[in-house]
Ligand binder design. Structure first.
Ligand code: BDR
Ligand code: CA
Length: 311
């Protein structure tokens, strides 16, 4: 199974991504999950990761708290999308499993040094603070990473937190810049993909119909999460962002994109955090990321519901 570290700021869509990974032990070995501040403050994201592990019956998963603020800026959160807890929509007990004592950034560094070179994939689902900090502090680990598969950015879909920027990149653009300049093979799930993965009524019903605690949690989260975006975009369902990262590891053939140059805007106030993605190859700059543009959404939901049903 492919070894991964999930770096996350749950978030209902982060939660479903974690469940998809935990439901796929034949293909994915979750070495640990590091929480980061993003959708809600760290105090909540480090709790929420454990809520998700417990609902999946996986108290054995190692959960770490990482950074509580972006590398060079104050934190921006998104309670207006995710609710006050970040996981509003499902009524779940307070977690009792332990948080690991080690800092999330130290876990990332130590794991990359300890595992054979080129075997660990990083899966960031939130602002890139933990990864950027680890790369800055321990540059020797950069060449040891197999791949980074992340949710963030946009090209044709432009922005969701500002007219120009997607939330994860906007919150910590300096960390994103470190990651995109690192030279590690990067695969990006931008809004261009996730806005095609819509949680229609029929797709959501599949989860409530499971009649399991996990199915009910997923249905509750999807129902809460889609309210904001359906009102905002007028679409027939909300976009489901972060699970695309895990789905890509399981079935890369669901996605298509281009290997292109992507630079991060860190200076302009107007377009801060924009992923300047050279889709048409006009810049002459060397490609540094595979930027996805399309997805088989029905195939994605078939995979997600098949796996969630096993939990
Ligand atoms: C991203 O921002 C968060 O609100 C979601 O969890 C996702 O990671 C989408 O822009
Ligand atoms: Ca997220």
């Amino acid at each position: 199974a492919r070894k991964i570290i999930i770096d996350t700021d749950p978030g209902q869509d982060d939660a479903i991504a974690i469940l998809l990974a935990l439901a796929s032990p034949a293909e994915i070995d979750v070495l640990g999950i590091t929480a980061v501040a993003g959708n809600v403050p760290l105090e909540l994201t480090r709790r929420n990761v454990r809520v998700v592990c417990e609902v999946a019956g996986r108290r054995d998963v190692k959960v770490f708290a990482g950074c509580e603020a972006p590398m060079r800026r104050p934190l921006v959160t998104a309670e207006h999308v995710h609710g006050a807890t970040g996981l509003d929509g499902a009524d779940l007990p307070e977690p009792t499993m332990e948080l690991q004592p080690q800092h999330g950034v130290d876990f990332i560094i130590e794991t990359l040094r300890a595992e054979p070179e080129g075997t660990v994939t990083l899966c960031p689902l939130g602002p890139l603070t933990n990864i950027g900090t680890a790369f800055e502090r321990a540059p020797d680990i950069i060449s040891r990473v197999r791949e980074i598969v992340l949710m963030g950015g946009a090209y044709f879909e432009v922005g969701n937190i500002t007219p120009a920027a997607e939330f994860n990149i906007y919150v910590d653009p300096e960390a994103a810049e470190i990651v995109f300049k690192s030279g590690v093979p990067i695969t990006v799930m931008p809004l261009d993909v996730t806005h095609k993965v819509l949680t229609t009524k029929a797709r959501c019903a599949v989860f409530s119909d499971l009649g399991t605690p996990v199915g009910n949690a997923v249905a509750g989260w999807l129902d809460f999460f889609e309210r904001f975006d359906v009102a905002k975009y007028g679409s027939e369902g909300g976009p489901l962002h972060d699970p695309c990262v895990i789905a890509y590891l399981l079935k890369p053939e669901l996605f298509s994109g281009r290997f292109i140059n992507v630079e991060i805007e860190t200076r302009s106030e107007l377009t801060l955090g924009m992923t300047v993605a050279d889709w048409w190859g006009v810049s002459g700059r060397a490609p540094n990321a595979t930027f996805m543009g399309d997805v088989d959404a029905d195939g994605f939901f078939a995979l997600l519901s098949e796996r969630i049903a096993t939990l």
